[in-house]
Design a protein around this ligand. Structure first.
Ligand code: AMP
Length: 117
């Protein structure tokens, strides 16, 4: 069972921000911004590439509510999903990173395969 399924089951503790029957939002264990929350579906879906449209449609208002609870709905935030190996996905259970709490830098750095080591 994956780490996020264990969080959903209560086997691993989490710092919950928002929850309903289908979705859970909780603070990232290793925050990369002043506010760094992960939003997941409770059912196991590998990543964005395999999510169904109904889940995405239902997830939208849940994420918007989460942003309101965090107080960043007016000031702004970034919503990111890492998809697959090159996208930097480490946990293969769909999650959106909700980042905010300050002006975020925009950095699309990547590993250059042609760069000499
Ligand atoms: P990704 O690289 O997009 O798959 O992101 C996985 C995220 O999960 C990382 O930001 C980790 O810090 C975070 N993470 C891993 N384990 C936990 C955990 N037990 N509770 C909260 N966040 C976690």
């Amino acid at each position: 069972m994956c780490v996020f399924c264990k969080i959903v089951n209560g086997e691993i503790p989490n710092n919950t921000v928002h929850e309903n029957d289908d979705f859970l939002a909780f603070h990232d264990l290793y925050p990369k911004a002043p506010i760094h929350v992960l939003v997941i579906p409770k059912k196991h879906i590998e990543n964005f590439q395999s999510v169904d449209p109904d889940t995405m449609a239902a997830m939208t208002p849940f994420i918007q509510e989460t942003a309101k609870i965090l107080g960043v709905d007016e000031t702004g935030y970034r919503l990111v999903t890492n998809n697959g190996k090159d996208g930097g996905q480490e946990i293969f259970h769909l999650h959106f990173h909700l980042l905010g709490g300050g002006k975020l830098r925009w950095d699309h750095s990547h590993e250059d395969p042609h760069k000499a080591l």
